[in-house]
Design a protein around this ligand. Structure first.
Ligand SMILES: Cc1cc2nc3c(=O)[nH]c(=O)nc-3n(C[C@H](O)[C@H](O)[C@H](O)COP(=O)(O)OP(=O)(O)OC[C@H]3O[C@@H](n4cnc5c(N)ncnc54)[C@H](O)[C@@H]3O)c2cc1C
Length: 500
């Protein structure tokens, strides 16, 4: 990318990872960049709390595809490890089932064979067959769907030649393909739950989303010593060095537009002008609340339904549970019903699959000696009018979860809780202005949107761009970092086209 000679002024709304990535790339390419962030700290959903000697993640706990992080540092000749050191986690996940079956996922195929042989003679060979198919999906889709952040079926048809399009698994749902290749019900449940990375249902997402296990098995699963929030702090240090100004406690309340152009933002009663505006605020809330678009305009975006929300329960314990790994999944006895309740009926799950993180397994610094802190995350529906859940409902679900965890081996869990912190969808919506408390942007749904998210360039305003989890290629830390990089490329291309 080339140096921008006129030093165009870019304002970025929001200092989540999508905004940070766009800011870094634009600054390196010669733009004058400023970020306005409503919260008092950097990182958006990449968030933390430190209390009573415990460090908890309030957002992401799994780092994948580190190459999409590294590229941001390499763009200015720096080394990511000087800002964000990472370490590999093994096993990747530990999977617990109600009947006592426990299966680890590990990138070492010798370990995988040993683990899957517990499930019967076919499990490992089915796993290898499935991974071969998953790798093919990844290899076809990564250059276009990820790296180029293709925004529409038209872009897709332009990027991929005809024969490649037919290799992309559009033809079944994610679960449909898994169940076609794999016979073992435990392994089916495990691969179905890879959809957790994008907060959708394996029964509604298109088959090509089965590329996700390749992300993990081929490129590893990583942790940041001291807690995942050190990613945000590493980026802050880098942005300070680059001279990117971030205004905290600065909620943007309006984008000022004239016909098909945006000119400025309003923050705390002041107007700030810009040549280009990039919103890391989610697309639909930004159009609705900052640009006051009408229902007709917003109605066109209905297919970009929010992903699920989550109940984020962080508990400090005065003991450690030796049977836990760093990342654990405790499965629903009826996972199909779990997906149906959360994603179709938009109702609270009665027996959810639970994601449970115990970072003290890799990093003793995150809990006092002989103690542990657990982050517990069941997926639950986004805020919806048909089922207007109250705090009592969320507390009831919390109790159901703690009882399930005790039943599945965390004996006397409730007696060992010395600290507790809970985030509900209502908190998540308020903290990050996410659409209806969604935690992974837009849902990936076969019928609604084919797993496309919103485009990075506004169709209405020629100098307004979007970055983050509601924009292609979607949510998750590496994806939103990629999105910011792709937004920068789009801005440079548009500037070139316009002769700037
Ligand atoms: C509980 C949870 C668990 C997750 N687990 C993982 C995981 O393990 N691995 C993974 O890769 N991803 C995970 N994710 C997803 C990941 O966190 C997100 O996809 C990613 O961080 C989103 O980044 P973003 O830039 O799109 O948005 P955000 O992080 O939401 O950033 C948007 C920013 O804009 C600010 N903002 C909004 N409106 C305004 C306004 N009007 N004015 C000023 N500022 C504004 C917000 O305050 C926020 O800081 C998880 C998310 C959650 C919540």
């Amino acid at each position: 990318m080339s140096e921008n000679s006129t030093k165009k002024k870019v304002i970025i709304i929001g200092a989540g990872l999508g905004g940070i990535s766009a800011a870094i790339m634009l600054k390196i390419n010669g733009y004058d960049v400023e970020i306005f962030e409503k919260n008092e700290k950097i990182g958006g959903k990449l968030n933390t709390i430190k209390e009573n000697g415990y460090t908890f993640d309030l957002g992401p706990s799994i780092l994948t595809l580190p190459q999409y992080f590294k590229v941001l540092f390499e763009a200015s000749g720096r080394d990511m490890s000087d800002y964000i050191p990472i370490q590999e986690v093994r096993p990747h996940w530990r999977n617990f089932f109600e009947d006592g079956t426990v299966i680890d996922l590990d990138p070492d195929m010798k370990v995988m064979k040993k683990e899957l042989d517990k499930l019967g003679p076919d499990a490992y060979s089915d796993f290898r067959k499935f991974m071969e198919y998953s790798e093919k999906q990844y290899d076809i889709l990564a250059p276009g769907y990820f790296d180029s952040g293709l925004d529409s079926t038209f872009d897709f048809m332009k990027f991929y030649d005809f024969s490649a399009v037919f290799k992309i698994d559009f033809f079944r749902t994610m679960h449909g393909r898994i169940a076609k290749i794999i016979k073992n019900p435990y392994l089916i449940d495990i691969f179905d739950y890879f959809i957790k990375y994008v907060g959708s249902s394996a029964y509604n997402a298109p088959g090509f989303m089965n590329l996700m296990p390749t992300i993990q098995f081929r490129y590893g699963l990583w942790y940041v010593p001291g807690g995942m929030y050190n990613i945000a702090l590493g980026f802050k240090k880098y942005m300070d060095e680059l001279g990117i100004k971030v205004h905290f406690n600065s909620e943007v309340t309006k984008i000022i537009a004239e016909e098909n152009k945006v000119n400025a933002i309003e923050v705390n009663g002041k107007t700030h002008y810009a040549d280009i505006i990039v919103s890391n605020m989610e697309v639909i809330p930004a159009y609705k609340d900052l640009l006051n678009e009408d229902d007709k305009f917003l109605g066109k975006m209905e297919k970009f339904e929010p992903s699920c929300s989550g109940l984020v329960l962080d508990i400090g314990l005065d003991i450690q549970y030796p049977q836990l790994a760093h990342h654990n999944f405790l499965y629903s006895q009826h996972q199909k019903e779990h997906f149906d309740l959360v994603f179709n009926k938009k109702m609270m799950p009665t027996d959810p699959t639970i994601y449970l993180v115990d970072s003290s397994k890799s990093d003793p610094s995150v809990a006092p000696p002989n103690c542990s802190g657990l982050k517990i995350l069941p997926h639950i529906p986004y805020i919806n009018e048909e089922n207007p859940y109250t705090m009592d409902d969320y507390i009831k679900l919390k109790d159901t979860i703690l009882i399930k965890l005790e039943r599945m081996g965390l004996t006397d869990l409730r007696k060992h809780i010395v600290y507790e912190h809970l985030l509900t969808p209502i908190d998540i919506e308020k903290m990050y202005k996410s659409n209806k408390g969604s935690i992974y942007g837009v849902v990936s749904d076969f019928k609604k949107n084919f797993a496309f998210k919103l485009p990075k360039k506004s169709k209405k305003y020629k100098n307004l761009y979007f970055t983050g989890g509601t924009v292609n290629p979607g949510a998750g830390m590496p994806m939103v970092l990629l999105c910011g990089q792709n937004v920068c490329k789009a801005i440079i291309e548009d500037d070139k086209k316009n002769g700037n």
